[in-house]
Design a protein around this ligand. Structure first.
Ligand code: F6P
Length: 599
């Protein structure tokens, strides 16, 4: 790399850095041009130029004249906007839509060739054209009776071969047939991985760890995750664990991610310094698409669980990335239920007409909120503590997928895409950021609730259980946002004039309510697939590539240059100067850091 070459002048160093980046972008663009497919014609007409888009733009005026307070009194409208499929109820009657809005949105879906794009995805076409890859996370949950072909090969048998390997291995670890180097059972698992190699598994683990059946199966076992390169996270992940009883799963699609590889080396040292070099064979396994690098790292490929480049990192929780850790913790049958749940929504998404198709309806409403009503964000609000990690996972799924500025053919988009996702379980969120949602910015919300709780904690003699109390808030919040409270209502309550502006709720704030029968491995799979496909619908309609992530590259390149310079500065005991090619701010901050750090 340019900056390690001492003979270079600062100008040539930054010129070289620019050259590296330009070359990177140029190669990607060249590859993208080569790989045109059904979803990536050389020059697609932007969807914003289509008559269906224009029609929706004009329709905004009609919507501006409505208020959800009134719309919610139209029972026919309301009931037409409550859909139930695969045991899930989706109620979008509190979205700022009329029946004709939905008709127009489905016309937009048609204009965007949504049906063709969904079919292209399921049929293994290389719809991720900038990386020349198919997008087939659905194949990860397909039963053996399905056939899904990528580049002329049915991949379903490959998927089931790895699942079988996970089943056998996890059962051996769980029943004590696979022992650690000192002959002790491995009851603790630490997964080292970041981004898609962490957030999905953490979400599912959190969702099912309080489910009674899963809890019974996890008795005496512990599952932890190590994602951040921060030494504090390393300390937290290993705290109180005994290397003798710990199995480490290194999870990385590429097996090159800097944070993961450093953490993997750190944890390997933690194992080998306690148990010796040979212990790696018994205490470390890997999940990756890059088995060559797994081997170079020192993990026997026999102890590696493969997946494929047609699985995007953020869509990989149904591969060995999630299934291995979850099978180790909860037993393979639990993960099988999770996969079945996801597949039930995959089939629904693939086969159901759009006007009854849950991910399509939710995706089209999101397009409406973002691109036509100009709502910048979306709040994910599960009234279910076990879904605490849904929002962080969907943040990656949605924002890494649809946070793009160009169409799939590289042309700049002239409308807003993507949304800022955030969320917390209710009722905690109510005591935090709901103030802004009720009286500040308009943020469409997803309220998610369950009919039955995973736990039946209640106070003796109380009629309303903890779960009832939780769900009362689920019902109340959606109506509070929609209905609001007027000055007239407040006057009728004798509220002093000076307080009326402060106590007024404008209402007319959109939300969807999603009701699940209960939260278990199966419904966790369903909710995952529902969100994944909804994100795909949005990307397909906006005409962008939801499956690449070039936006994460620049920061990685710059960090790696700084890493090299920092090493050199430390070795030579020097500070940074303007010759290192940074601006004055970065030079100052780096030097403050280098000189203030205890070695
Ligand atoms: O930096 C973003 C990213 O590439 C994600 O898309 C991915 O999930 C994550 O890094 C981790 O990558 P890997 O699994 O290759 O370590």
């Amino acid at each position: 790399m340019a900056l390690t070459n001492k003979s270079r002048t600062p100008n040539s160093a930054s010129a070289s850095r620019r050259h590296t980046l330009t070359r990177h972008v140029h190669l990607a663009a060249k590859k993208a041009r080569r790989n045109t497919s059904a979803t990536c014609s050389a020059m697609e007409v932007p969807i914003s130029k289509d008559a269906a888009w224009k029609d929706l733009e004009e329709h905004v005026n009609a919507i501006e004249e409505t208020h959800l307070r009134d719309l919610m009194t139209d029972e026919e409208r309301v009931m037409s906007m409550i859909k139930e499929s695969e045991g899930i109820v989706v109620d979008y009657s509190r979205q700022r839509v009329l029946p004709e809005t939905m008709t127009k949105l489905l016309k937009l879906a048609e204009a965007a060739k949504l049906r063709e794009k969904i079919d292209s995805m399921f049929s293994g076409e290389h719809i991720n054209s900038t990386e020349d890859r198919a997008v087939l996370h659905v194949a990860l949950r397909a039963p053996t009776t399905e056939k899904i072909v990528v580049d002329g090969k049915d991949v379903v048998p490959d998927v089931h071969e790895v699942l079988e390997k996970i089943k056998v291995f996890s059962e051996r670890v769980r029943n004590g047939e696979w022992l650690g180097a000192t002959g002790k059972p491995l009851t603790n698992v630490v997964c080292v991985g970041i981004g898609g190699s962490f957030l999905g598994p953490l979400f599912v683990h959190t969702a099912i760890e309080t489910n009674q059946e899963a809890m019974d199966k996890a008795q005496g076992r512990e599952l932890r995750f190590l994602a951040n390169v921060d030494p504090v996270d390393v300390a937290r992940a290993l705290s109180g664990l005994d290397p003798e009883t710990t199995l480490v799963v290194v999870v990385s699609k590429t097996f090159t991610t800097a944070e993961t590889m450093l953490n993997a080396r750190t944890v390997r040292t933690w194992i080998t310094s306690a148990l010796g070099q040979d212990a790696v064979a018994k205490h470390m396994v890997a999940v990756s698409t890059n088995l060559k690098l797994v081997k170079e790292f020192g993990i026997d490929p026999e102890n590696a669980f493969a997946f494929w480049d047609w699985v995007g990192g953020r869509y990989s929780v149904c591969s060995a990335v999630g299934i291995l850790p979850l099978a180790l913790q909860y037993g393979y049958e639990t993960t099988d239920l999770f996969l079945q749940g996801a597949w039930s929504i995959d089939k629904h998404f693939r086969d159901t007409p759009f006007d009854q198709n849950l991910p399509v309806l939710l995706g089209m409403i999101a397009v409406w909120n973002v691109s036509f009503l100009h709502c910048p964000a979306r709040a994910i609000l599960p009234y279910c503590q076990a879904l605490a990690k849904l929002a962080p996972h969907i943040q990656q799924v949605s924002m890494e997928s649809n946070g793009k500025g160009v169409a799939i053919d590289g042309t700049t988009l002239d409308f807003e895409t993507g949304e800022i996702d955030f969320g917390e379980p209710g009722t905690n969120g109510q005591h935090s950021f709901y103030q802004l949602i009720h009286q500040g910015r308009v943020i469409p919300c997803d309220f998610i609730g369950t009919i039955k709780s995973q736990q039946s904690v209640y106070l003796k003699g109380e009629v309303v259980s903890n779960h009832d109390e939780l769900m009362c808030n689920f019902f109340a919040q959606a109506d509070a946002l929609a209905q609001g409270k007027s000055a007239t209502d407040l006057r009728a309550e004798n509220v002093p004039d000076a307080l009326i502006p402060h106590k007024t709720f404008t209402g007319n704030r959109p939300s969807s309510s999603i009701l699940l029968p209960e939260l278990n491995a199966y419904t966790t799979g369903q909710i995952l697939a529902l969100y994944e496909h909804r994100v795909a619908v949005q990307g397909f309609v906006w005409g962008l590539n939801s499956f690449d992530q070039w936006g994460v590259e620049l920061g990685k390149v710059l960090a790696s240059q700084i890493r090299k310079q920092m090493n050199e500065a430390r070795t030579k005991g020097r500070l940074m100067s303007s010759q290192d090619g940074h601006n004055a701010s970065t030079t100052y901050l780096l030097n403050k850091y280098l000189s203030g750090k205890a070695q």
